[in-house]
Design a protein around this ligand. Structure first.
Ligand SMILES: [Zn+2]
Length: 155
């Protein structure tokens, strides 16, 4: 089977909703956390983890039935899955497909790991991080985070 046919098969299993493809292997559960999905509301979710991929050694796929993602959700998603593809599915057809784009700045999304940072104190200061290709940087204290960005996400 060609890769294209294979791809189509994998993403077309949901009726209407969103398929998030090309998530780095092992990040699917973080994607669900970002979307606020824990299964408690009866959400219909399929997750493929560590699926062989031509773009990565291994990738994860998350399919969410009956839901299209907001731009805010896609922005946060891009922090942990910069190469993810968002497929919008309606009536089993992919009607829209696009790569996520990283925003230049995210506000109120990440918690600064620096306990002395003004954004983690009692002051009502919303966290602000600049987003680079391979890291994020706190706009208040300059702390740079390259790995474990997922663990900083406020969910
Ligand atoms: Zn900070």
């Amino acid at each position: 089977m060609s890769d294209d046919g294979d791809h189509k098969l994998r993403v077309s299993k949901i009726r209407s909703g969103t398929v998030i493809d090309h998530v780095p292997g092992g990040q699917a559960l973080n994607v669900l956390a970002i979307l606020g999905i824990d299964g408690s509301k009866g959400e219909e979710i399929s997750v493929g983890m560590n699926v062989p991929s031509d773009r990565f050694a291994r990738k994860d796929i998350v399919k969410v039935e009956g839901r299209e993602l907001s731009q805010d959700e896609v922005d946060v998603l891009s922090l942990i899955a910069p190469d993810a593809t968002i497929n919008i599915v309606r009536d089993y057809d992919v009607i829209e497909k696009h790569r996520v784009e990283r925003p230049d700045v995210v506000e109120g999304v990440l918690s600064c790991p620096n306990a002395g940072c003004i954004s983690t104190g009692d002051e009502p200061v919303s966290s602000t991080f600049e987003v680079f290709d391979d890291a994020v940087r706190c706009s208040y204290c300059g702390t740079i985070v390259r790995e474990e960005i997922a663990s900083l996400i406020d969910t």
